[in-house]
Design a protein around this ligand. Sequence first.
Ligand code: SF4
Length: 227
Amino acid sequence: MQIIEIYKSLQGESSYTGLPCVFVRLAGCNLRCAWCDSEYTFKGGNRMTLDEIEGEVHRLLPAGGLVEITGGEPLLQEREVVPLMDRLLAAGYTVLLETSGERPLERVPSRVVKIVDVKCPDSGEGDTFRLENLNALTPQDEMKFVVASRRDYEFARDFIHEHRLSSLVASVIVSPAFRKDAAGARDVSHCLVEPQDLAEWMLADGLQARLGLQIHKFIWEPSLKGV
Ligand code: SF4
C-alpha cells in the first residue's frame, strides 16, 4: 500500500476525541476540498506491505487500542485496505475509518467504525456523497459535516433532518472548518465559522448533533503534521 505516515497521537475528532490512537495515513485523494489540511497526502508516500504496516502499528501500540485508517481517501486503495482492516480487527484493535463517503462503503468490514465526512457546498466538493452509502451505515458509525459558512451549516442541518441521521448512527458531528494555512496561535481565530455562532445556530434549531472542535489544532501548533 502507498502510505504517507504512521504515527501515534491523540484522536482529535469524533466521539473518540482525546484517546490515544495510531494513525495510518494513506496516500492519494480524488477530491480537492477548499480547506483541505492534508494536501501533502495527494502524492508520494512509501510502499509498505500489510505485514510492515501491522508491525508498525503493533510497535506503536503493543497493548492494543485505537487505530484510525485515514488519508487522503483510504478507500482508493480498497483492495489492500480491506484486508488490512480485517487483520487489525483480528489482532484486537478498535479500527476507525475516516472517509468522505464518495467511495462505496459496502465492502468495509462491519466491525470497523466508519467516520463519514459528508462534504458541504463551500468545500467545493458538495454533492459527492454517495447516497447508497446510507444503507451501509451501522449504529456504531459516525457522520461528520465540516462547515465553512452559514450556507454549509444549513446544508448539514437539512441533510441531518432529511436522512434522520441521529437515529442512524452513533454520533453526528458538526465542526467548523479550519483555515488550511493556519499557523501560530492555537485558538479559534483560524476557524472559518466562529464556534460560538455555530453553537448558537445548533441550539436555535434544536439540532440532534454534536459540535466538534479538532482538539489537536488547539493542543499543538496548527500547521504541525503527524500529531
Ligand atoms: S477528502 Fe480529505 S484529504 Fe481529500 S481533499 Fe477533502 S479534506 Fe483533503
